[in-house]
Design a protein around this ligand. Sequence first.
Ligand SMILES: Cc1cc2nc3c(=O)[nH]c(=O)nc-3n(C[C@H](O)[C@H](O)[C@H](O)COP(=O)(O)OP(=O)(O)OC[C@H]3O[C@@H](n4cnc5c(N)ncnc54)[C@H](O)[C@@H]3O)c2cc1C
Length: 400
Amino acid sequence: MTKQVFRIAIVGGGTAGAASALFLARAGHYVTLFERVAHPEAVGAGILLQPTGMHVLHTLGLLDEILAHGTRNDRLFGTNSSGRTVLDIHYRDWNPSTFGLGLHRGALFSVLWNALRCHGIDVRTDAAVSHIQQTQNKAVLYRDDETIGEFDGIVLADGVHSILRDALSIPQKVTPYPWGALWAVLPDDGVTSGTLRQWFHHAKQMLGLMPTGFAYQQLTQPLISLFWSLPVNTADAWRKEGLDAWKNTVRELAPIDAVLDHIRSADQLTFATYADVRMKHWHDGRVVCIGDCAHATSPQLGQGANLALIDAMILAQCFSEGADIPSALAMYSRKRKDHLRYYQTTSKWLTPFFQSHSRLASGLRDLALGPICRAPYVKSEMARTLSGTKSGFLWGSLHL
Ligand SMILES: Cc1cc2nc3c(=O)[nH]c(=O)nc-3n(C[C@H](O)[C@H](O)[C@H](O)COP(=O)(O)OP(=O)(O)OC[C@H]3O[C@@H](n4cnc5c(N)ncnc54)[C@H](O)[C@@H]3O)c2cc1C
């Protein structure tokens, strides 16, 4: 049987879009990537790359470069304001050879975009897609009233705030979280070596420090990411209160003066909001949604970029196996369902225990989670969840 070659448009050049372009171009399809930003740059906080995400990058031949820019995180460890352990997950409890990789998002971006260039993929920047039209045989992309291309299939990877997702005939719901996070990337003086460290006061204060590796090709200065949880409706008040007031609050929770000394202006902290995106399935005729556009969650479990990478890999497999584009995309929805539902549900369920005003939720968490983390079977299941490989509450594993 002759292999089918398609003309595929990808909308969005983040993790999902760039990885998808690489997989589909490698499979021989004609790929055009549209990115609305005129000069995309290597920016962003630290992310935790899981064994799943590393597997995908290995398949793309990019893992060595990524590993050179990352820092190994073997453990997720959190205490409450009384010093009680409320979270202690070790990757080794699932598989001794696994770990999470703290990575500067800019390093991931640069490695993926360099690969796009090396593969000669047609990348159009300053190209905001405004709407899509589908017919029986093709899908057309528009920028305002101007047609910018006709394709056999379209991959929507335009992030959580997608303006194109809405127009698809897929039942969907977007729920913004009432809490967000301030983050900063700072020089790392080795304060939490090998550990993603968190401190909690009830569920209303959460501080996180994650060793984050290096900015792209700046391999002499190790970095650390700081995250501070904040209700969305208090972000303005936080800025008005001033940096010193905030530093005092942080110091009461965690002895991290050396890290705080690197923050001299409130402008070093960026406020990120997030939302839950829930879709009944992810395909509509010749269009498919992947990455945050399809299934954004809160970052509590550190999975978003990893899920985006897995989406890209499985989507390319479906393009190879499907008889035509609509059936390939329907196959994609079927193949991704269990894994995505598990992580969407778990993230949504866990978030109030870490970001909310509920004293009941934080009380239960403080009482139960520490002992649970030590229980033999559960601790390995928690490490599996963190590693990104579960696809069901009782059983089910992701097979890549
Ligand atoms: C505070 C925070 C911490 C996080 N920590 C982690 C972590 O530890 N581990 C982890 O795995 N994930 C983490 N995430 C989640 C992760 O960052 C996202 O899941 C991931 O970046 C999603 O990638 P994406 O490609 O789907 O979307 P995006 O990265 O949002 O990319 C979308 C792209 O589409 C472009 N675009 C949008 N609209 C259009 C249009 N109309 N036309 C053309 N282009 C368009 C945008 O400019 C952008 O480049 C975190 C997120 C936050 C907010």
